[in-house]
Every structure is written in C-alpha cells, then in structure tokens.
Design a protein around this ligand. Structure first.
Ligand code: NAD
Length: 505
C-alpha cells in the first residue's frame, strides 16, 4: 500500500471518518486523568480541533508507573521466553501493517507531515523496527567469561524495570518505536509519554499492543506536557528514560536523574548538521537534489537535516543555480494530497520562531535567496513556510549556530579541505554530516575528522535500522537503532560460579 494509490479526496474522506481516541492508557484500559483535565489537540493543517487529550496529573503518572512496576515484578512479560516475546512483537508489527493507513492519517493530521512521509516512510519504519527487535531477541546470547577452571563466569543482560519513553512531535510513532521496541523486546515495562503536540498515534498504538498480546500493565501511555515528562524523569520507580527531543530538555533530564535515583538516561538531542559540497563533486545536480531533501524533508523538522550547506567557493554559483531549481519541487501544499512534498509547520509559535531566525540572518548581513516568509494561504488555518535559503552566511551567525527545525538552510562558502572540516565541526551539535567527492582518500580523510554520529558520503539523509543513530557532543548520548541500542535496555550482569571449593584469601 502506498500513499499514491488513493486520491486527495479519498484521503480526506478517510480522515474525516476517523475515530480519534484521546485518553491515556494504563493497565490495559483507556482512561482519563484522575482529575479529568484535558487539553486541545489542534491539527497544524487547518487549525481544527482533533481531540481533547487527557492532561495527566501526578496521581495518574504515579499510577501508570506503579502499574508498570507491578507488571514487571510479576514477571508476566519479563519471564516469557525470548521466542514468546518475539511472537507477540511480530503480531504487533502485523497489526501496525493492518492499520497503516489509519496510523498514517492520524500522524499527518497531528503533525502536518505529508501522507507520503507518514505512510510510505514513518509507519513502514515502525513495522520494520518492531520486526527487527522481535527477531533479534531470540538470536542473541550472553557470554562466558574466560575464567579458567575454578569458576564459571557468565555475562548476561537483565531487563531494567520500568522504562519511560519520551518523544518529540516530528516523527512521533517512528521515534517512539525506536525505543519502545527494544525496551519491550528486552522484557521491560514501558510508560510512554508522547509529545503533547502529537499524541494520537501513541495512544492508538496502545490498543494494538493489547490485541497483539502484550499483558496489561506492560505498556502504558500517559499524555501531557513538560510536567508529565518531569514527573516521570524524577520518579523513583522509573529505572531509565529514553528520550528524543531538544538538547535543552535533554540536559534537564540529566539533572532530574541526578536528583532522583540515577536512572539511566539515553538522550537524543538537536542537530545543526553540515552538508559539504566540494568542487570535485561530479554531479552537482544530484548533490543539489540531496541538499534540498536534506533541509526540506518533513518541513525541515528533522534532527538530521543538513541546514549548514558548506559550498566550495569555486562552484558556488553553479551549485546554487541547481539548488534553486530543486527547492521548487518542495512548494508547500495540503499534506493529504499524495503529490505534496511539504506540509505546514507544527503551529503558529513555531512559524514565528523560524521567521525570527530568518530575520536575524538579514540583520546580521546575510541575504535571503528564496522563501523567508509565512504563507498561510496554502490551507486556511495552517502555518506554512516555503523552503528558505540564506545566502552569504557565515558560521558564526545566529541562524548558522542554532537549530531552526524548519525548512531553512544557510549557504556558507569555504576555500579548501581544512576550512571545510573546521566549519563543519564549528557547532555544539554533532548528529550528522555529509559530503560529496569522488576521491577515495579524501573520503576517508574527511569522514575520520567529522565530529558526527552519522556521516554520509555522496548522498544525504539515509538511515536504516541496521546502523546506529545518535550524536556526538550536545546532540546526545546513547544510540537508537541497530543491535547496539538493544543492549541499552538491559543491565549488564556478571555472575561468578565457583566450580570447586575456593578458599578465601
Ligand atoms: P522538546 O524537547 O520540547 O520536547 C520533547 C519531549 O520532552 C516532549 O514529549 C515534551 O513534552 C517533553 N518535555 C518538555 N519539557 C520537559 C521537561 N522540562 N521535563 C521533561 N520532559 C519535558 O522537543 P520538541 O520540540 O518536541 O522536538 C524538537 C526537538 O527534538 C529538536 O531539538 C530536534 O532536533 C529533536 N529531535 C532529535 C532527534 C534525534 O534523534 N537526535 C530526532 C527528532 C527530534
């Protein structure tokens, strides 16, 4: 099933017919916050009210953690064999596939991302992630330590207990499942707090986990904003926080962990990533196509975006000419139209923030090549912004140093390899970086020196479950995806068994 097999009208009709659940999910049941409070979930597409969402109070959060802790203590999930947990998670992946259109529509309505991205990318990624960790869990073994004949030494991984998963609004279900899938596969209980700006698919997933056979209490969803996240991060019953969001909140979570029970914290933060176009790039048109994708995909709300375009000065004019043509493909439109490549920004406040960065670039001496203005006529009630290129930028400008999280890129020129590397690393972040060259020695030279968790050579923005994803520097700590992420959801344990009578000494 692809987004292209239905028309815009069909997607709209299907969206209008959706039943939208807005309650939290605790102990196998949807329920309101104990104080009955709710908040409004507004669609960024047209400003319409999607649902009243439970605004969980502290009692509700406590209850969810207690339920998850009890489910862990009884062993109802933890003590299932890995093969049994695998089968349940595979059933969950099947249910996600069965409900993929509904989940994709919920995601598009909630975030403004295009139906193409929601269905053909994010929801497919959710299924793939669930299957990967389901299949991994009955194929990895512990280790035997090289102890000699006196002992048998085992190295195993024990589940942590209650894992709190907290996520942002840009790829809500996909990023959540990068954490939920390995956490559940390892036998943990999960309390999931989706972003208050995009809670719908997380709430819907809960019902699917029940249908798949995940026992009551093992997977719970608490909805709300920063106060719910803070309550989880400070909670003594939570053993780990798996977070994706801003670096600012990630740092706060480190403080909460220190103030409470030293819970494990796996933190994926922001990015301000360099995309380097060297003069020896053989196909500038192709590089420009990836450059446009690199800062326009998902309206620029991608942590891995290539928003610092470092261009060797001798080819700048030629490259920019291609780029201007490429960004025209990203003209904003209605997200439920399958031909649309760019939807609205998440809300009016975010649009204003993005525009403030564009203004700062103008004020600091840069020029705006294209975009740089609000376009709220695309769909009345939505907050759109066309692709925006900041030209004649420098690395120290406000817009070059800060994550904007909108479709805005700065073009910065450089003269040689050393300068390109210096500029690429001139950031407090270190999530991704990319560059173009056919020179194999240069590929290795540069890849080694870039301070980034992911480096792309001769392409940009590729990612897959088979390789870890996470950042250097203030882009975070810990990794999502791949087998490496799985280990984070278990505590390494060394067990020494004496094989003969050993004397104390
Ligand atoms: P955010 O940090 O504002 O919110 C993320 C989550 O934290 C939300 O669920 C929010 O309710 C919660 N939260 C907010 N304040 C909190 C507090 N004081 N205590 C506990 N929880 C709190 O981020 P956002 O605006 O939703 O998302 C955008 C950010 O996410 C960007 O910085 C982007 O780069 C980052 N991001 C990173 C990655 C990655 O893999 N590194 C991926 C996607 C997004």
């Amino acid at each position: 099933m692809s987004s292209q097999t239905k028309t815009f009208t069909q997607w709209q009709q299907q969206a209008n017919a959706l039943h939208i659940e807005g309650r939290a999910y605790i102990d196998g049941q949807y329920q309101d916050s104990t104080d009955g409070a709710t908040f409004a979930d507004i669609s960024p597409i047209d400003g319409r009210l999607l649902a009243a969402i439970a605004d969980c109070d502290l009692t509700t959060v406590d209850n969810a953690v207690a339920v998850a802790g009890r489910a862990f203590a009884t062993g109802v999930w933890r003590d299932k064999s890995p093969a049994e947990r695998k089968n349940v998670l595979l059933r969950l992946a099947d249910l996600v596939a069965l409900h993929q259109e509904e989940l994709a529509l919920l995601e598009s309505l909630d975030t403004g991302k295009t139906i193409h991205e929601s269905l053909d990318m994010d929801i497919q990624d959710v299924g793939k992630t669930l299957r990967y960790y389901a299949e991994a869990i009955d194929k990895i073994s512990g280790e035997i330590a090289p102890t000699g004949d006196d002992f048998h030494g085992m190295i195993t991984y024990a589940p942590l207990g209650v894992v709190a998963v907290m996520t942002p609004w840009n790829n809500p279900l996909m990023i959540a499942c990068w954490k939920i899938a390995p956490a559940l596969a390892m036998g943990n209980s999960v309390v999931f707090k989706p972003s208050e700006k995009a809670p719908l698919t997380g709430i819907r997933l809960a019902e699917l986990t029940r249908q798949a056979g995940i026992p009551d209490g093992v997977f719970n969803v608490v909805t709300g904003g920063a106060q719910v996240g803070q309550a989880l991060a400070l909670h003594p019953g939570v053993r780990a926080v798996a977070f994706t969001g801003s670096t600012q909140v990630a740092k706060q979570l480190l403080i909460y962990a220190g103030q409470s029970n030293m819970k494990r914290t796996y933190l994926e933060g922001g990015g301000k990533n360099a995309h380097i176009i060297f003069a020896d790039t053989p196909d500038l048109a192709r590089a420009a196509r990836f450059a446009a994708l690199g800062f326009c995909a998902n309206q620029g709300a991608v942590c891995a975006s290539g928003t610092r375009l470092l261009v060797q000065s001798s080819i700048k004019d030629a490259f920019v000419a291609h780029l201007i043509e490429e960004v025209k493909r990203w003209t904003p439109g209605h997200p439920l139209d399958p031909s649309t490549m760019m939807g609205p920004l998440i809300d009016a406040q975010h649009q204003a923030n993005v525009l403030r960065f564009v203004d700062s670039a103008r004020d600091e001496g840069a020029s705006i090549l294209c975009g740089g203005y609000a376009d709220d006529r695309v769909v009345p009630g939505g907050h759109f912004l066309p692709p925006t290129l900041i030209d004649n930028a420098t690395s120290t400008m406000t817009a070059s140093q800060n994550e904007i999280f909108g479709p805005v890129a700065s073009i910065i020129t450089f003269e040689d390899e050393e300068e390109a590397i210096r500029l690429a690393n001139d950031s407090e972040y270190g999530l991704t970086a990319g560059f173009w060259t056919p020179d194999i020695a240069k590929v290795h030279r540069i890849a080694r020196r870039l301070e980034a968790g992911t480096v792309w050579v001769n392409h940009f923005l590729t990612r897959d479950i088979l390789s870890p994803f996470g950042g250097f520097k203030q882009s975070g700590m810990g990794r999502d995806l791949s087998i490496h992420a799985l280990r984070q959801y278990g505590e390494m344990k060394a067990t020494w068994i004496a094989l003969k009578d050993i004397d104390a000494h």
